[in-house]
Design a protein around this ligand. Structure first.
Ligand SMILES: [Zn+2]
Length: 288
């Protein structure tokens, strides 16, 4: 089986991106795995500190590893948005394939210092673990927001990107290129979409020369996503779209079967709904 690094290298050549989907329960994990397996495309499952705290850092690693081994399938696990060295070490010890070390809220120099420190510490435990660093402001919370934050001051410049990658040695970079965590109500309703700064992505790619991740992909215009991949994005994160599908399908299942108490009779329709959202995004990312 190919390593995640090999898959990312091939994604650049093939003009495709690897889908990264956050999970916080078994319903979401089963949905993401089923979608990727049906389409036969590699996939990354992500869990933030909050999602890991709920699922269990080591328990999620065991679940993903069991899927990879039993089905001989390229499913990888990422410790998303990790803010402390202690949590980074915990993920490395648990066998995660990749980590997003996120000190982006700190001043640039401090972000560099902490990211470097975390990178050396996790590579000492597992040299194959890929480390992603983040610069710029893409907001917080994969939730539904009432108003859009003004993130224009926090856009990543190509110079910053190059400096950051050189100073930290990160394997992957997450820039701020018009993307934003979470969705607005109008995006959930399909009335508005996020748009990306494609030219900035291309310039950052040229300057940084590492795989790039687009965070906060939910609610982004399809054509912007295609152009972003062509401009150099290798990984695309989706969380809020899956959470919206999960909640809406769960509401429907409970309303349709008010007397049902058996989880495995209520939840398959929820898995199916999340799987459909995941499949649509994987098709787009993989040009299918
Ligand atoms: Zn993110």
């Amino acid at each position: 089986m190919q390593t995640l690094r090999q898959i990312l290298d091939h994604s650049s050549q093939g003009g495709v991106a690897v889908g990264h989907f956050n999970v916080s329960d078994l319903v979401l994990l089963k949905a993401v795995f089923a979608a990727a397996r049906e389409l036969q495309v590699p996939v990354i499952v992500g869990a933030s500190e909050g999602e890991r705290a709920f699922l269990g850092t080591r328990q999620l690693a065991a679940l993903v590893r069991s899927l990879r081994d039993e089905f001989d399938f390229p499913i990888f696990l990422n410790a998303d948005h990790t803010h402390s060295l202690a949590k980074a070490l915990e993920a490395a010890h648990a066998g995660y394939d990749a980590i997003v070390f996120d000190a982006s809220a700190l001043p640039f120099e401090e972000n560099v210092r902490q990211t470097r420190e975390a990178l050396h510490a996790v590579k000492a435990i597992n040299p194959a673990m890929l480390v992603e660093g983040e610069i710029g402001d893409i907001g917080t919370g994969s939730e539904i927001h009432d108003t859009a934050p003004d993130l224009t001051a926090g856009l990543t410049s190509p110079d910053q990107a190059r400096q950051f990658v050189e100073a930290t040695g990160v394997d992957i970079l997450a820039p701020a290129v018009g993307n934003m965590h979470g969705m607005l109500h109008s995006m959930v309703l399909g009335e508005t979409r996020k748009h990306l700064d494609i030219e900035r992505i291309a310039q950052i790619k040229k300057a940084a020369r590492v795989p790039l991740t687009l965070h906060g992909g939910s609610g982004t215009d399809d054509n912007d996503l295609r152009q972003a991949i062509s401009a150099g994005i290798n990984i695309i994160h989706m969380n809020t779209e899956l959470r919206v599908a999960w909640r809406q399908a769960l509401d429907r299942a409970l309303a349709q079967q008010p007397q049902e108490i058996v989880p495995y009779k209520l939840l398959p329709s929820v898995i199916e709904s999340v799987k459909q959202v995941t499949s649509a995004r994987l098709r787009l990312f993989n040009r299918m």
